[in-house]
Design a protein around this ligand. Structure first.
Ligand code: PGA
Length: 248
């Protein structure tokens, strides 16, 4: 039985004090949640948010990680730094990173290996553009992104990896994939993982849906065969919306 995981991707929002305020609001509201609850603030918020979540059921993730242990990589953050701050999860390959910061399938694979090396749990994002969906390329894009992201990743490491299916056209647009399309895509990604590894690993890997998830659509999205929770952007920025999704 896969435990659902609901992660808030705060993107470039919230100062450290605003982040702590949100955690303080969330704490009592999510303490009995059945699902795994994760928040992913910006790097500068991480120490304060890790501190604010101590002793609670809220876990903390970063929004990116560099592949090198250290060195001349201005503006980047290493796995060792994240680990020391107390981060547990890390988002890798978000479509905004692919689109605005030239992330490729190869850099995503390198970042994923760094996360695993430092014992961080990766949330690896995949998803098609609108034009790709319209041209019926969704499955081939998902297959390519999933296969290349997971290149040379062991079966054992697959136990710690979460995949997030995020159709790019549904992110921040208010347009959600239909429940059927979202579930079909997650099921397809699972079949790709089965072909790369085996059926047991595929059945155990958690696959989230992301893209305009709200309290009003979370229930139908998460009550499907293959969607194991969500990666939530806009609706993770206010306690009431995020809690509404966590308690779908
Ligand atoms: P959204 O973002 O919920 O604001 O659409 C989701 C994401 O980018 O992870």
């Amino acid at each position: 039985m896969r435990r659902k995981i609901i992660a808030g991707n705060w993107k470039m929002n919230k100062t450290p004090s605003e982040g702590v305020n949100l955690i303080n609001e969330l704490k009592p509201l999510v303490k009995d949640a059945d699902v795994e609850v994760v928040v992913c603030p910006t790097f500068v918020c991480l120490p304060a948010v890790v501190e604010a979540t101590r002793g609670t059921n809220i876990k903390v993730g970063a929004q990116n990680i560099h592949w090198a242990d250290n060195g001349a990589f201005t503006g980047e953050i290493s796995g060792e730094m994240l680990k020391e701050v107390g981060v547990e999860y890390v988002i890798i390959g978000h479509s905004e990173r692919r689109r605005y910061f030239a992330e490729t399938d190869a850099t995503i694979n390198s970042r994923l290996k760094a996360a695993l090396k430092y014992g961080l749990k990766p949330i690896v994002c995949v998803g098609e553009l609108l034009i790709e969906r319209e041209n019926e390329l969704t499955n081939s894009v998902l297959k390519r992104q999933t296969t290349l992201a997971l290149k040379d990743i062991s079966s054992e490491d697959m136990n710690n990896i979460v995949i997030a299916y995020e159709p790019v056209w549904a992110i921040g647009t208010g347009r959600t994939a239909s429940v059927e399309d979202a579930n079909d895509a997650c099921k397809f990604i699972r079949s790709v993982i089965a072909s790369l590894y085996n059926e047991e690993i595929a059945q155990n890997v958690r696959i989230q849906y992301g893209g305009s998830v709200k309290p009003s659509n979370a229930n139908e999205l998460f009550n499907t065969s293959d969607i194991d929770g969500g990666l939530i952007g806009g609706a993770s920025l206010t306690a009431s919306d995020f809690v509404g999704i966590v308690k779908y």
